[in-house]
Design a protein around this ligand. Sequence first.
Ligand code: PLP
Length: 486
Amino acid sequence: MLYQSTRCAGLTASPAEAVLQGLAPDGGLFVPSSLPRLTPAELEGLDPYALSARVLGALLPELDGMDELVRQAYEGRFSAPDLTPLRPVGDRWVLELWHGPTSAFKDVALCLLPRLMLRAKKQLGDDTLTHVLTATSGDTGKAALSGFQDVPGTKITVFYPEDGVSAMQKAQMVTQAGENVRVCGVRGNFDDAQSGVKAIFSAWAADPAQRQSGVKLSSANSINIGRLAPQVVYYYKAYLDLCRMGRIRMGEPVDFTVPTGNFGDILAGFLAGQMGLPVGRLVCASNENNVLTDFFQTGVYDRRRPFHKTLSPSMDILISSNLERLLWLMTRDEAKVAQWMRELAETGRYDVGEALRRALDARFAAGWADDEAALSTMGRLWRAHGYLADTHTAVAWAVSEQIAPQGKTERPMVVLSTASAYKFPQAALKALGLRPAETDFDALWALHDATGVPVPSGLAALQGLPVRHRDVIAPGEMADYVARQG
Ligand SMILES: *Cc1c(COP(=O)(O)O)cnc(C)c1O
């Protein structure tokens, strides 16, 4: 099986090469030239580890020993025995993806990615140092740091928007231990950090001296296909859980609502559908940074708009990188995709036209919810169902109800829950009508006292850890910062 760039059919890579490179050399994203077929019926009865190995084996054939890699990645690191439990809440289902070590869904992929990379290097006979560059809107950073900490043959640098992450997210990152890790604030937003990282990749790809320097760059962002592949697994898992519980018969479609930022998580659901999972509609949920809602409604992607800082910071994104993969999967037209991406870079806008918009309409729905709606949804879920949702999950829930109102779900609706509420404890206190606390840690314990919901051990353990990373730079200094570290 081959991967290729979304912008050039001739730029191909094996699965191992695609995982190691992260971004294609022309700035495009790696996509499978043809998708493997895998129906859920073939996966019935598998335990979560075997299921994961089967789906990953289909998407990343050639990487050997997937069973062992999956076991090493997840065993003993998730607080739920089935890794990603599906819970009934009201008239829909919540797919909890945050039982890993850093309490966000990014762990599902980032516990595994370092092992995929090491295996890929071994198979390719590549003994260079892999420098993983990562921009984060809050959660990828910590999950990547935790995954790559002291992994031999790798080092990692994480850039986060200095004022764009929650206090808890920042505490998670700046206290990170490890000989091979660096964490640096950027005076800008996530889009600035991600554009900076992409620019460093392009400059390295164009510089022969760098290519021979014994260091290779890679990415832990969802631009890396090694990030997306593990996320395809839980769509199958949720579907098979619904079958097992007798809620659907094998083959019946299921809808999914996904709180979206960089469009990685929801694209994994689209890939699952293309592979043969009966995915009904994918609902793309945004916060006030609703560039994707407008895109699905009009066919025009226009990032020229104010950037809003919201209570769901991991979705505060105006340049959703993985949309590029969707455009290619829908059109298979590299020239067109390259042209749209050029227009986006040069003018901040592109228009995919009415035919493609209509084709997308058949598979996707989209909506957005502001902070107020998220908070009132969190309060409502707690009062009506005793369910404590975080702000991102609440955005998704609110949007799922715009698309399929209460009591009117056509098909089972699965809402993806991407973080523990304890990552955003101040917002949760407010939503539940409780008194604000002075610090995030006070808020965390106040929330625990009020709800009795267990606090994830990784967050409780942060309190009192020394700050190890204090660097803060301008977006324009990112390339120098990386070069200085060799
Ligand atoms: C990263 C993140 C998202 C957005 O996921 P994308 O794959 O970037 O669309 C949503 N919620 C939380 C909590 C996240 O950390």
